[in-house]
Design a protein around this ligand. Structure first.
Ligand SMILES: C[S@@+](CC[C@H](N)C(=O)[O-])C[C@H]1O[C@@H](n2cnc3c(N)ncnc32)[C@H](O)[C@@H]1O
Length: 257
């Protein structure tokens, strides 16, 4: 049997209060070509399961890797401790926010699990997010849906608009104050073994295909393009930035169009 990359598994009893969320998730998967796991499907034919479990309080969608079950599930949870802590810790002093600025309209052209976009929105920016991989888009859509009904998060995610699209196909007629790029660059195997979220993103989204993103971003940005890189990684497209913010974990290269 041909290997399926991602399948949707709905578990539990939707009639116990989760029916609207199940309908939402099913419609989302259908729209983006993610098939539902048929009964009796051989587990070794599945690489990733996008699982929604309604046996308890809805936790939302979670991605499970059956290829590497030890990796544990990944979900988008903007109420989680780490991201909340970062959103509270001297937000305006963080390199990400200093590089992008505040009170601006930002295109996050490589949204991933939306963590950087959430921090930028917490700093008062308006965010447009693009994610091209349907399964990652589904996780992020579900995280935004849950955050929108959380009184502590609603005002932040209200400033975030997500689209399932490839930035390469995005119209150059759209203009933003800032375009933010955090693409999947090729990582040697040993560095890919970092946080489970990065391992998942790399396996699901693939890597490479970075070239051309910067040139396009420069056409869409009114004020600046910000590119996130690991501290010692070469610059995107070998283009020298106007300046950079360097941290222990990431470097933010700023290009002025
Ligand atoms: C390193 S992750 C981004 C992580 C993100 N900054 C965060 O805070 O969660 C890169 C993401 O960009 C997406 N991506 C890469 N190239 C893209 C493109 N041309 N258009 C849209 N999404 C893209 C990948 O599918 C992947 O989910």
């Amino acid at each position: 049997m041909k290997k399926a990359r991602v399948l949707l598994a709905v578990e539990g009893a939707p009639e116990a209060g989760g029916a609207p969320a199940v309908d939402f998730v099913r419609a989302l998967a259908r729209e983006h070509g993610i098939p539902e796991l048929p009964a009796g499907y051989p587990p070794d034919a599945v690489e990733f399961l996008l699982r929604v479990n309604f046996t308890g309080p809805a936790e939302g969608l979670a991605m499970h890797s059956l290829r590497e079950p030890k990796t544990g599930p990944v979900r988008v949870d903007f109420a989680a401790g780490t991201i909340q802590q970062r959103a509270k810790d001297d937000l305006r002093g963080q390199h990400l926010v200093r590089a992008v600025g505040t009170g601006v309209e930002v295109l996050d052209a490589t949204a991933g699990l939306g963590r950087d976009a959430f921090l930028l929105a917490s700093a008062g920016n308006r965010l447009h997010l693009l994610e091209r991989e349907p399964a990652i888009y589904a996780l992020l859509t579900d995280g935004l849906r849950r955050a929108a009904v959380d009184p502590d998060l609603a005002s932040v995610v209200e400033r975030m608009r997500l689209h399932c699209a490839d930035f390469r196909d995005w119209s150059e007629a759209h203009r933003y104050d800032v375009v933010y790029l955090d693409p999947m660059f090729p990582r040697p195997e040993k560095r890919a073994r970092g946080k489970k979220e990065m391992v998942f993103l790399q396996q699901l989204a693939g890597e490479g295909e970075e070239s051309g993103l910067l040139a396009k971003a420069l056409k869409c940005a009114r004020a600046r393009v910000v590119v996130k890189r690991p501290p010692k990684e070469a610059c995107l497209d070998a283009a020298k930035p106007s300046f950079s913010y360097r941290g222990r974990v990431s470097r933010y290269d700023v290009y002025l169009p």
